[in-house]
Design a protein around this ligand. Structure first.
Ligand SMILES: O=C(O)CCC(=O)C(=O)O
Length: 296
């Protein structure tokens, strides 16, 4: 079958048809996919059927996979894969994390010194109602900012704190395994980054972790961050994904923010998640200024 690319949401996302991700891919196809991933914030592959090893190996074509601080959500088969699910095991314990609630707009790993900005979700079981995932285009959002906001973010850095994210979670999701607690000091990243290929600028925001703007009084910094997030998540910048079983999505957290709708607790939903260190030669990768404790 010939390979096809269908742009979605004005090019924020692209659906790629004609690939069986469980088969070894030709080197030329891998090169092409790396470029598509660099040019679009989200890649969509439908109707895949992947073992955890096949899925992890596919995601590993784009950069090294990371074992995140949520080792409690890790698959026992391939620990670089995290389980995002409301399912429980026979012992009543959660099989993974993030349950059935709403996940607010965020950018994965914004609380890390060197965020692994690539992410994958592979849909194994989906909810019949709710559970849609939305991505906002942070490149288009920056381009559309009024001059007043462009000036306000120029040269500005924000402070990101993992504890703020944890406070939004429920139950055991609130607790990071002890061995990983020291991996998440407060960190500082610029609010604007440049795409290495297009030279276009992108906002870098995460309302679930950002606690302020360096050099601005707290209330003023919070107001600016709220205003930017409200602007960046306007419908015209957003791609919404209606999940089907077998969907495999890759996205860039330098290019996008995302959020998830809640779904009824009676529904079963299981997603397998990969976290990928995308190369800064192809992708927007936030710079690290310093841990906040050093920069303060
Ligand atoms: O469950 C989803 O659709 C999204 C999960 C998510 O936001 C994440 O893994 O960062």
């Amino acid at each position: 079958m010939a390979l096809e690319v269908h742009a979605l949401a004005g090019g924020l996302a692209a659906e790629i048809r004609g690939l069986r991700l469980w088969e070894p891919l030709a080197e030329a196809d891998v090169k092409w996919l790396r470029h598509l991933y660099a040019e679009h914030g989200v890649l969509v592959f439908r109707r895949q059927s992947l073992s955890e090893n096949e899925y992890a190996d596919f995601c590993g074509l784009f950069g090294p996979l990371e074992r995140t601080v949520r080792t409690d959500w890790a698959s026992t088969v391939r620990p670089e894969i995290g389980l995002i699910t409301n399912l429980k095991g026979g012992d009543g314990k959660a099989l993974g994390g993030l349950g059935d609630g709403e996940l607010k707009w965020h950018s994965d790993q914004s609380y890390m010194m060197n965020p692994a900005t690539g992410a994958g979700l592979y849909a194994v079981e989906i909810a019949n109602q709710g559970g849609r995932t939305h991505w906002a285009n942070m490149v288009s959002a920056y381009a559309g900012l009024p001059d007043r906001l462009k000036q306000a973010v120029e040269g500005k850095n924000a402070v990101f704190r993992y504890q703020k994210r944890l406070n939004l979670y429920k139950g055991d999701d609130k607790k990071v395994p002890d061995e990983n607690k020291n991996r998440t000091p407060d960190v500082i990243h610029p609010l604007v980054h440049t795409h290495p290929l297009s030279g276009k600028k992108a906002l870098y925001l995460d309302p679930t972790t950002s606690i302020g703007v360096v050099g601005m009084p707290e209330a003023e910094g919070s107001r600016l961050l709220d205003e930017l997030a409200d602007f960046a998540t306007r419908p015209e910048f957003v791609y919404t994904h209606e999940w089907q079983v077998g969907d495999t999505l890759l996205w860039s957290n330098g290019f996008t923010m995302h959020r998830r709708d809640p779904f009824p607790p009676s529904e079963r939903r299981l997603m397998k998640r990969a976290t990928i260190h995308l190369p800064a030669t192809l992708h927007i990768v936030p710079q690290t200024i310093a841990p906040a404790s050093v920069a303060a």
